[in-house]
Design a protein around this ligand. Structure first.
Ligand SMILES: Cc1ncc(COP(=O)(O)O)c(C=O)c1O
Length: 373
């Protein structure tokens, strides 16, 4: 049996006819940027997030950059960000000219640890960037409290957490701003690039709108030095159609996770989940000591896996020349070598999940107990 890590084509079938009709309409009109589909998508996704101010942009990295920039963050400021994240979270901070302060993760949920934020925070801290990694919300209440105490902003990185909830609140609505990615593998993915900013108030939203389009304040008038962070109409057509399936797709992901958990509990360390959170399972990283050998074994059995992420930000060669600070990162350093992401996508069939779990079990059965995590 073949089980890929993700099956991207599966999301095409349910929307194929409407998608091509939508593409045709856009191409007939040749209004390719910031048109009706982008506007409608902004309204629809903002409503889905239970938020008020939403701005579509070019991708998730730009969304983080625009959110931080709109809040006025730049050189001389520090931004606390987990070292265990996709590198773009840190890159976007660096692009603003601010100093990233790399913090540790909670050992269960693998999201930014409030205790590490408390260690990192200081007079130069202007923002905290919790990442709702793998689809699991970061522990926001203590992070928001620390931000309040130190007069810092909170910008949520929701690139992997479309639709997730923390104590009933949608990810993206708890901080001063939030950033989403619609990279094609995400829970809500374009067939290309896309990103989104949720802003906590209209001033921040307006600043993001200006930044994304060369600082345009009216036709011919540039009120500030901006960028080209424009979203495009064809991707907005895709996203509007896929958004209708997002809630159901997230439920399907949760069912896959539950099935894995039933079959692998006690055998490997499963991704932790807080009871007060709705996890949207963008990824399903198990922890095993012999990660690379298991990866090869599964590959030979037709099972695709991923590593999210092998090298934390503080160990990346790119950071050698970048001014940054860091806290103790013991949990991050312990965790990264163990991570192995199992196949995870809404259309995974029960027999495929069972097959993957059986192969993991078969591999581990042959190992002495001491070699397991
Ligand atoms: C946690 C996280 N932050 C930021 C990004 C950047 O998004 P993009 O690739 O759309 O620029 C991604 C995904 O790629 C991500 O997973």
């Amino acid at each position: 049996m073949e089980v890929p890590l993700v099956d991207l084509k599966a999301s095409l079938e349910p929307i194929r006819d409407e998608l091509f009709k939508g593409f045709e309409q856009v191409l007939e009109g040749m209004n390719l940027f910031l048109g009706e589909n982008v506007q409608r998508f902004e309204e629809e996704f903002t409503t889905f997030c239970e938020a008020e101010h939403g701005i579509a942009v070019s991708n998730g990295t730009d969304a983080i950059f625009a959110a931080l920039s709109a809040l006025g963050i730049g050189p001389g400021d520090e931004v606390i960000v987990p070292s265990h994240t996709f590198f773009a979270s840190v890159e976007a901070v660096v692009h603003t000219g601010a100093t990233p302060v790399l913090a540790d993760i909670d050992p269960e949920t693998m999201t930014l640890a409030p205790a590490s934020v408390a260690e990192a925070i200081g007079p130069a801290t202007r923002a905290i960037l919790p990442v709702h990694l793998n689809g699991h919300p970061a522990d926001m209440d203590p992070i928001l409290e620390l931000a309040r105490e130190h007069d810092a902003f909170v910008v949520e990185d929701c690139a992997q957490a479309h639709g997730a909830r923390y104590k009933g609140r949608r990810c993206g609505t708890m901080g001063d701003a939030a950033a989403f990615s619609f990279y094609f593998t995400k829970n809500l993915g374009a067939f290309g690039e896309g990103g989104f900013v949720l802003a906590g108030n209209e001033d921040v939203a307006e600043a993001v709108r200006e930044l994304r389009h060369h600082g345009h304040v009216s036709k011919f008038e540039h009120g500030r030095i901006g960028y080209n962070l424009r979203p495009d109409e064809l991707q907005a057509v895709v996203l509007r159609l896929k958004l209708r399936h997002l809630e159901e797709n997230n439920r399907q992901r949760a069912a896959v996770a539950e099935r894995y958990a039933e079959r692998l509990d006690g055998l490997v360390r499963l991704p932790g989940r807080r009871e007060d959170c709705e996890h949207v399972y963008h990824l399903f990283p198990i922890r095993v000591r012999d990660r690379d050998a298991l990866r090869d074994y599964l590959w030979d059995k037709g099972v695709g896996t991923g590593i999210h992420y092998k090298i934390p930000a503080h160990q990346q060669p790119a950071m050698r020349d970048v001014h940054h600070r860091r806290t103790d990162l013991a949990v991050t350093e312990e965790t990264c070598p163990l991570l192995l992401s199992l196949p995870m996508y809404p259309e995974l069939r029960d027999e495929q999940v069972d097959y993957v779990a059986e192969q993991v079990r078969a591999y581990l059965d042959e190992l002495p107990a001491a070699s397991r995590a």
